[in-house]
Design a protein around this ligand. Structure first.
Ligand code: PAF
Length: 281
């Protein structure tokens, strides 16, 4: 695996390949990222990953400084996964001057996770467009665990007519159901044992909807109460339409998704479960 930290070098290396599949990351890689690398291989002969902890998408009270940085171990995992090129720029390379031009996503950037992380999706969209311009991939892969991020980036790509196919990878879970995430590292042993409850509750909401429950607001309230009873501090549990993440009508037959963000100790965990009432799963 070749590692490049400068934009001109990365561009030159990329030009030596035809079709490229790209997986942007912030490092601290786990099996969820590696599954994306493996899936990327099915889309192109050349797989490019990036590692960059993007200050622009962290708020002043977010965990930018303590975000786990594990570069050596990440490189080993990427090489083992057969990644061809790694783009790992420093901050001065990607932001040599204060970033004054941004991608400003529409209203959805202020809802759900965006309500609790102002500026987050603007920071994500801006850095991803910049990374796309450096790597120039034909395909880019993002995990469905960050469901809202995937939707924002899919819509950005379509609306800005970028010649890139966006692919969503399934969430990878531990055996007990907890979605893999770099932020799981912030959990104590007791919190780690509690953490799978989030996924169990979201699956319970899915079961209720598939069983015909149409009072979505009540399902959301009950899910929040259940989490609070077990010591969680919940930002939201929300049943939304998969297509645009807007609030569904009770009569909506289209595919839904239940999304949540909740804090357990020092960790803010997010997760989601798709509810496809038409296909019954
Ligand atoms: O999902 C992530 O790791 C980040 O938000 C991304 C897409 C790499 C942009 O910094």
């Amino acid at each position: 695996m070749q590692i490049h930290s400068s934009i001109p070098e990365m561009r030159a290396a990329r030009q030596r390949h035809g079709r490229v599949a790209f997986v942007p990351t912030m490092g601290n890689l786990h099996a969820g990222h590696i599954a994306l690398m493996t899936e990327a291989r099915a889309h192109a002969d050349c797989v490019v990953a990036s590692i960059f902890v993007n200050r622009l998408q962290f708020g002043p009270n977010d965990d930018f400084d303590r975000y786990p940085r594990t570069f050596q171990a990440d490189c080993e995992q990427l090489a083992t996964a057969g990644v061809d090129l790694l783009f790992a720029p420093g901050e001065a390379e990607l932001y040599p001057e204060a970033q004054q031009y941004h991608v400003d996503p529409p209203e959805i950037q202020h809802q759900l996770d965006g309500e609790f992380r102002p500026g987050h999706f603007r920071g994500v969209a801006t850095v991803v467009l910049k990374l796309f311009n450096v790597v120039q991939p034909q395909v880019a892969l993002f995990g469905k665990k960050d469901y809202q991020q995937l939707m924002v980036l899919r819509n950005m790509t379509r609306q800005l007519a970028l010649p890139i196919e966006i692919v969503g990878g399934e969430t990878v879970r531990a055996e007990d159901g907890l979605a893999l995430s770099s932020r799981n590292a912030y959990l104590s042993a007791a919190e780690r044992a509690e953490a799978p409850r989030l996924q169990r509750i979201l699956s319970g909401v899915r079961t209720a909807v598939l069983g015909g429950e149409r009072n979505f607001a009540r399902l959301e309230r009950e899910a929040v109460s259940e989490l609070e009873r077990h010591g969680w501090k919940t930002d939201y549990v929300a049943l939304r339409r998969q297509s645009d993440l807007q609030v569904p009508r009770a009569s909506d037959a289209q595919p839904l998704v239940v999304l949540a963000a909740s804090r357990l100790g020092a960790a803010r965990l997010i997760d989601n479960v798709e509810v496809d009432a038409l296909n019954g799963h």
